[in-house]
Design a protein around this ligand. Structure first.
Ligand code: ZN
Length: 77
């Protein structure tokens, strides 16, 4: 199955993203979970990281999207 998300922006990780992937802020370790979205920024639950608006920042420390690291837990699926 191909993901509809094929947008490659400034950061390399976005090309490796799957819609259900969580990402972690490398500054404050805040985790963005697509299943939960981001209430503060009115991001609806189910929004993939790649679909976040470009102005989206870490709700805790204001880091840019590029500061987020993939959490790769492809162990137990
Ligand atoms: Zn942060």
């Amino acid at each position: 199955m191909n993901d509809p998300i094929r947008r490659v922006n400034d950061s390399d990780i976005e090309s490796r993203l799957r819609p259900d992937m969580r990402l972690e802020c490398r500054i404050c370790w805040h985790v963005y979970d697509p299943a939960e979205g981001d209430e503060m920024e009115q991001i609806a639950p189910g929004t993939p990281f790649a679909d976040l608006p470009d102005h989206w920042r870490c709700p805790q420390c204001d880091a840019e999207k590029g500061m987020f690291l993939l959490i790769e837990d492809d162990g137990d699926l």
